[in-house]
Design a protein around this ligand. Structure first.
Ligand code: DGL
Length: 269
């Protein structure tokens, strides 16, 4: 495998760009091919069977781009599809759940951790499983927040409606006295400021993107796949619908322009 090959990154929509941004920061030499499944978002209310089918199609597409490794930048797909897909392909693939759980377990002082995510991620219980594996004394309080994804996809990052929905979903969590809250959906870091305002400064918000990029670096180093050529990294973006909306959004999230964005027919993979 060529170390200069790109890393494939995917999500159901724009949320995975929060992971792309962190990879750009921690691994500036790595090129990336990003796919956002903007035609089929959200994944969070869909069954395991459907999310697995979608994820398999995306992995197939990314492999046509000769990626050297894949990052599943979607908690829902990491929870529902990653275990199977790991067995099916011969390049390294990692998700965001395990790194996020590790980061939360390391930073909590009270062992009371909150986790928010899509319905499917919360229902899967995967964060609790990883957290308790690391430390059986950890208590987890989980809450699905299904309206957060459409609010983010609509760009309502600082808006009264978003503040209202945050209050509605998180008031119970606030009473539990958690000291860490895992943003268990890659869309949520985009409304991090509003969530933090509501939860208060005593609650540490955990964004798994940071730890994911860190784990990716370790994985690439171990597998001797780190690009050390010194050449300028390049980025390609693909979506299944709505290029203009995606580009506008990406410009707000990423530190660089999203020049090349193309629509592909993901159903054909
Ligand atoms: N951003 C995704 C996640 O991390 C999924 C959001 C969705 O499609 O429902 O779970």
């Amino acid at each position: 495998m060529n170390t200069q090959s790109p890393i494939g990154v995917f999500d159901s929509g724009v949320g995975g760009l929060t992971v792309v941004k962190e990879i750009m920061r921690q691994l500036p030499g790595e090129s990336m091919v990003y796919f956002g499944d903007t035609a089929r978002v959200p994944y969070g209310s869909k069954s395991k069977k459907t999310v697995l089918k979608y994820s398999r199609q995306i992995v197939k597409f990314l492999q046509t781009k000769e990626v050297k490794a894949i990052v599943v930048a979607c908690n829902t797909a990491s929870a529902l599809a990653l275990p199977e897909i790991k067995q099916e392909i011969d390049i390294p693939i990692m998700g965001v759940v395990e790194p996020g759980a590790k980061m939360a377990a390391e930073s909590t002082k009270t062992n009371n951790i909150g986790i928010i995510g899509t319905e499917s991620t919360i229902k899967s219980g995967i964060y609790s499983k990883f957290l308790r594996n690391i430390n059986p004394d950890i208590t987890v309080v989980a809450r699905a927040c299904p309206l957060f994804v459409p609010l983010v996809e609509e760009g309502l990052l600082e808006d009264r409606i978003t503040d209202d929905v945050i209050g509605r979903y998180l008031h119970e969590l606030k009473e539990y006295g958690i000291d860490s809250l895992i943003l268990g959906c890659t869309h949520y870091p985009l409304i991090r400021n509003a969530i933090s305002r509501y939860m208060g400064p005593e609650v540490n918000l955990i964004n798994p993107a940071y730890e994911t990029a860190k784990s990716l670096k370790v994985m690439l180093t171990e597998q001797k796949l780190l690009n050390q050529s010194g050449e300028q990294a390049h980025y390609e973006y693909y979506v299944s619908d709505g290029v203009d909306k995606f580009r506008t959004f990406a410009a707000q999230v990423l530190p660089c322009d999203v020049e090349q964005t193309m629509v592909i027919d993901i159903e054909s993979y």
